[in-house]
Ligand binder design. Structure first.
Ligand code: ADP
Length: 225
């Protein structure tokens, strides 16, 4: 699903955010990425979404080297991703349902399909009753659940979550993690960054440890933490 071959990322200021990353994530895996602030976690996610291109090495997603995608192919590539950020990025003048529907509008879906899929996604995140509310009436945890619904509504094969619990307290963050975990149970691949070791310890999923741009190691479910 995702492969990194000797990937380096150096920003314009010559800061080497990632160095010689080798990585393979298989279909249906739930992979956590952790490490201190500045370790390169967001950079790793942004390379997979093709927001940025690696300075060296290859990033392969869905069996294609994404650096080689033509600009016209990039939107189609992104439609196969579900993306969750820490800062929500919701439209506050639209209802919960309209925010979730946006993903489907962009894909050209219409009418009843949108209504049905939005209802199903909101149901999965436990927000069916709040579909007509505007985001500012929601708690932080509920807002993040809207973002999750928006990320899963088109049933993408790959979900990328960059510090999705960063603005949430532990209990609310844990609920968000549980929803992400349920998503992998239906075969979706999830890669999720967090600096919160509590989540890592409780989830007991494969975990990549980054520090100063280096992949220091991995811990697998079987090893515990
Ligand atoms: P993390 O998500 O683990 O906190 P980041 O991937 O955001 O780490 O950042 C890794 C390093 O790259 C940091 O030192 C950061 O300052 C630097 N960096 C991130 N984004 C940029 C950018 N757009 N321009 C320059 N340096 C950046």
């Amino acid at each position: 699903m995702i492969q990194f071959h000797h990937v380096f990322m150096t920003y314009q200021n010559e800061y080497r955010a990632l160095r010689d990353i080798e990585l393979e994530v298989s279909r249906g895996e739930f992979v956590m990425v952790t490490g201190p602030s500045g370790a390169g976690k967001s950079t790793l996610v942004r390379l997979i979404t093709r927001e940025i291109l690696a300075t060296r090495g290859q990033v392969i997603v869905f069996d294609q080297n994404i650096a080689k995608l033509k600009p016209s192919q990039v939107p189609f590539f992104r439609r196969r991703l579900g993306v969750v950020f820490q800062d929500f990025r919701l439209l506050f003048d639209r209802t919960v349902a309209e925010n979730v529907a946006l993903t489907l509008h962009v894909m050209g879906c219409k009418g009843r399909t949108i209504t049905r899929e939005v209802a199903a996604a909101l149901d999965k995140v436990g927000l069916a009753k709040k579909k007509n509310m505007k985001p500012w009436h929601l708690s932080g945890g509920e807002m993040q659940r809207v973002v999750l619904a928006r990320a899963i509504v088109h049933d993408p094969p790959l979900i990328l979550a960059d510090e999705p619990t960063g603005n949430l307290d532990f209990a609310t963050g844990w609920e968000v993690m549980q929803i992400l975990k349920q998503v992998t149970e239906t075969g979706t691949t999830v890669l999720c960054t967090t600096h919160n070791l509590n989540f890592i310890q409780r989830l007991k999923k494969r975990t990549l440890l980054l520090d100063k741009g280096l992949l220091l190691g991995e811990r697998h479910k079987a090893h515990g933490l």
